[in-house]
Design a protein. Structure first.
Length: 169
């Protein structure tokens, strides 16, 4: 086997087994996205209300994808992806949407989720273009993305006592 085929196999297996991939689009920070692997590419859905944000990922653009180990959490492989949007209701879209629907947790509209995706969201194909075999030596740690979500108040003082009582029973 050639090194290129081995790299391709590593990308496919690591991405299939990982629940999340870290994606950096044009001008954005790395963002964790859930995905499915289908016929040689990772597919993500989002960009609409209640779905994962896909800022910086444009049809015809590129993205940097990092795949982590499912058990240890360390980086396994990083690859450059060519980004393309899948047109709603086509044969490919229907196949990918069915797989994505199976991985979508707690969809507010249940079985009708694919109809909402067709109306309000984008399904993107992230096809591997090149593989980086040399990993960076620094941590690549970054500040979390700004969000309006906050904790409303501190944990009540009695909570640790209540939790200890439950363990004794």
């Amino acid at each position: 086997m050639t090194p290129a085929l081995l790299d391709r196999a590593l990308v496919e297996e690591a991405t299939k087994k990982s629940g999340l991939i870290w994606v950096r689009g044009t001008g954005t920070a790395d963002r964790a996205l859930w995905h499915v692997w289908h016929e040689g590419a990772a597919y993500v859905v989002g960009g609409g209300p209640g779905e994962q944000p896909l800022e910086g990922l444009a049809d015809g653009g590129t993205a940097e994808v990092t795949v982590r180990s499912k058990d240890k959490g360390g980086r396994l492989v990083a690859w450059t992806a060519s980004v393309s949007e899948v047109a709603p209701h086509g044969e490919l879209w229907e196949a990918v949407a069915a797989e994505l629907k199976g991985k979508r947790l707690n969809a507010p509209d249940g079985e009708a989720v694919t109809g909402r995706w067709a109306r309000e969201c984008r399904v993107l194909r992230l096809a591997p273009a090149s593989v980086r075999t040399a990993m960076p030596s620094d941590s690549l740690a970054a500040r979390p993305v700004e969000t309006p979500a906050t904790t409303r108040e501190p944990i009540p003082a009695a909570l640790p006592k209540l939790l200890r009582k439950r363990r004794r029973r």
